[in-house]
Design a protein around this ligand. Structure first.
Ligand SMILES: O=c1ccn([C@H]2C[C@H](O)[C@@H](CO)O2)c(=O)[nH]1
Ligand SMILES: [Zn+2]
Length: 134
């Protein structure tokens, strides 16, 4: 099942996370429409605001590899409580993913898995068509 493969790929990323400031590792795994998986971790910076979240790392890695069509995203953290993507990531995801694309949220402390969608995460997203009058 692709969900389990996504979880395994995202879980590996918890070990790659660079989170010396927050001590809050996050992993993400992005499934393309053709079944490939791109994963990412959070990458913090001494200038805290420059931090790149795990889901944006996964997305930008996939885009840089030439991918444009996505089917699912899974985000995992290593604390007991499930987290949701920050506002910046919601906007980035809405640029590239279909509105109804599933986003799975989980942690490596529980079997609990929450399922949401790109549109549910950011209703009324600013989008490319908003740049034009017609
Ligand atoms: O969905 C999220 C939420 C937070 N973080 C990271 C950013 C920062 O490194 C740490 C604490 O905010 O968690 C992610 O990577 N993804
Ligand atoms: Zn984010």
């Amino acid at each position: 099942m692709s969900m389990e493969k996504l979880k395994a790929a995202a879980t590996k990323m918890l070990l790659q996370a660079y989170a010396p400031y927050s001590h809050f590792p996050v992993g993400a795994a992005l499934l393309t429409s053709e079944g490939k998986i791109y994963s990412g971790c959070n990458i913090e910076n001494a200038s805290y605001g420059l931090t790149n979240c795990a889901e944006r790392t996964a997305m930008f890695t996939a885009i840089a590899a030439g991918e444009r069509h996505f089917a699912a995203l899974l985000i995992i953290n290593s604390r007991p409580k499930i987290i949701t993507p920050c506002g910046a990531c919601r906007q980035v995801l809405s640029e590239f993913c279909p509105p109804q694309m599933p986003i799975y949220l989980t942690t490596n402390q529980t079997e609990q898995l929450v399922s949401t969608t790109v549109a549910d995460m950011l209703p009324g997203a600013f989008a490319a068509e908003d740049l034009h009058d017609d």
